[in-house]
Design a protein around this ligand. Sequence first.
Ligand SMILES: Cc1cc2nc3c(=O)[nH]c(=O)nc-3n(C[C@H](O)[C@H](O)[C@H](O)COP(=O)(O)O)c2cc1C
Length: 178
Amino acid sequence: MVNMDDKVDIDHMGALMSLPPAPVVLVGVGDEEKNIITVGMFNVFSVRPPIIGIAVTTSRQSYKFLEENDEFTINIPGKELLEHVITCGEKSGADTDKFKLTGLTPVKGKRTKAPRIAECLMNIELKKLRSFEVGDHTWYLGEIKHTDITSDYDRSKALLYWDGEYWTAGERPIKERE
Ligand SMILES: Cc1cc2nc3c(=O)[nH]c(=O)nc-3n(C[C@H](O)[C@H](O)[C@H](O)COP(=O)(O)O)c2cc1C
């Protein structure tokens, strides 16, 4: 049985890093000129209508794309894309074409112009509804317009991120923090 007397104080960053692992997604932004950004700050905001949000900070090249375009995609990578997820989370579209660098394939959306990533397990197309700043990030909320998913999709294979470690719900962790 857990009780308050057994607990110790922890600093704020420690508190954030102690939260359970969350999905890590590849966000496709832009239209003719396009980019990919790895995002861990991801949340479902509404079920009906289906609204998902991602948080991106102003220093990212993708921030400019999200400000200038009304559509974006959220793509769910499987663990075989781990190295590309890391690359898209380290390199900036300001100086690299991440589609060329990784070999990931951009496919224009069915209902939006934003790039989907063919190699991901699931591709969600969103229309931007609103954005707002919270502390050091801007949240972009989008309504789902269309989703493609692999016919044998297994959500336990989707990548999770936890304080420098990558997990799947089935195997923990698949990459240790460096
Ligand atoms: C696992 C992981 C999660 C990340 N989550 C976010 C996030 O939620 N928001 C954000 O702005 N940057 C996040 N980043 C950092 C960006 O992906 C990174 O700065 C990227 O190089 C920005 O690319 P861009 O300049 O082309 O937009 C994350 C990086 C990694 C590796």
